[in-house]
Design a protein around this ligand. Structure first.
Ligand code: MG
Length: 382
């Protein structure tokens, strides 16, 4: 049976700043999808990560289906209505356009979708991240799908011996989808060369080279490319199939132990370590740290099991303590150097105005300038 997994997520309002949607908002979204999605969906699940709500839908309509996207958009419009009623912060903030036009891409909400022939047992992971951007998944997915130091399957499973194909998107290109396909392991260094730049080059999808099957998809939208101004971080979602020809579930989880530094956290303008947290976690220290939740599912004939919280385990308590320490360390240096994002990443925010004002106050010292010009003339004469 061929099924489609569609995860569409948006921030349409939260309690106390950018912390967490209200229970009423979440229920409104969930009830809407339940009622209006009866004919479209085989099953669905709604969760939240920080201030974002993610709707995971199982159906048979393929990716980019207008009715599925409309359903999610309308659910977020309904959520926005409740958010406004309750006076939640940032009500409707990710719905950047007034009218829906067939696909949520380019309108604000993020989407990650994959279509495949269901295996007899079909385990997969849904990751939802908050206070960061799609490049946050670059390193964990690279390590899980290309590095035998993290994925033992490359040594131990003949099914994975051929490796994986990475489709990587240049998210700074706004005229359309600019993508490149690279094969691991032969082109590992090329893949690494792109993926080091989390702000520009983002893994869009990964396929098995053994079977050609889709293995992973990530939402790739960058809100500032849509709005042309700062609108918060893009808070990505990823769907990753596991076991069989794909890495084992634990192999996909293992790189999240690093807590690598990613862009996001306070005002989307800083670097902070990505902390794996329990389902429905809130946001706290310095509007961060950036968080990622992980839910494991099986799906059979389109029907989802209940989710299992993969980061709700004593091991991850130890990881969270370490990551908290990393967050505290980089925060010690406030705005200095790598603690805050470089200017190119901030240029959609208010800092542009400040820099313009300061730019006008710079002076070039006349004397020194004249001396240097003269020195230059002498040098040339020699
Ligand atoms: Mg968010």
């Amino acid at each position: 049976m061929k099924i489609t997994l569609s995860c569409i997520k948006a921030d349409v309002g939260a309690i106390g700043g950018h912390i967490r949607p209200s229970m009423r908002l979440r229920e409104a979204v969930e009830n809407f999808v339940r009622q209006k999605g009866k004919k479209l969906l085989l099953s669905f699940h709604v969760n939240s990560a920080g201030d974002d709500i993610a709707i995971l839908m199982v159906h048979q309509r393929g990716v980019d289906d207008p009715e599925i996207h409309q359903l999610a958009w309308d659910a977020f419009v309904e959520g926005t209505r409740v958010a406004k009623e309750q006076g939640l912060y940032g009500a409707g903030q990710d719905l950047l356009k007034d009218a829906f036009s067939g696909n949520v891409k380019g309108l604000g909400p993020g989407s990650a979708e994959m279509e495949f022939e269901e295996r007899p047992n079909e385990p997969f992971l849904l990751f939802t991240a908050d206070k960061t951007n799609p490049g946050a998944f670059n390193l964990p997915l690279y390590l899980a799908f290309a590095d035998p130091m993290y994925c033992a399957g490359f040594l131990l499973s003949p099914k994975m011996a051929k490796g994986f194909t990475f489709t990587i998107m240049d998210v700074n290109y706004t005229e359309g989808d600019r993508v490149i396909e690279l094969n691991a392991p032969e082109e590992l260094y090329d893949i690494a060369c792109l993926l080091r730049d989390n702000e520009r080059f983002v893994i869009e999808s990964i396929r098995s080279r053994t079977t050609g099957e889709i293995a992973a998809v990530v939402s790739t939208s960058r809100l500032h490319n849509i709005a042309g101004t700062y609108t918060g971080k893009d808070d990505p979602v990823a769907i990753v199939r596991t076991q069989g020809v794909f890495p084992a579930t634990g192999e996909v989880l293992s790189p999240f132990r690093i807590g690598h530094y990613v862009a996001g956290t306070m005002r989307g303008s800083h670097n902070g370590p990505l902390m794996p947290v329990k389902q429905n976690s809130t946001i706290s220290f310095f509007d961060g740290p950036p968080i990622v939740t992980g839910a494991a599912f099986c799906v059979h004939q389109g029907i989802l099991t209940e989710p299992v919280d993969v980061f709700d385990h004593p091991f991850w308590d130890w990881v969270r303590n370490n990551v908290a320490q990393k967050a505290a360390e980089i925060r010690m240096q406030g705005f200095s150097g790598p603690a805050m994002l470089p200017y190119a990443e901030l240029e959609y925010g208010g800092v542009v105005e400040k820099m313009n004002q300061l730019d006008r106050r710079f002076v070039i010292r006349a004397e020194k300038h004249a001396d240097r010009a003269a020195a230059g003339r002498e040098k040339r004469a020699v």
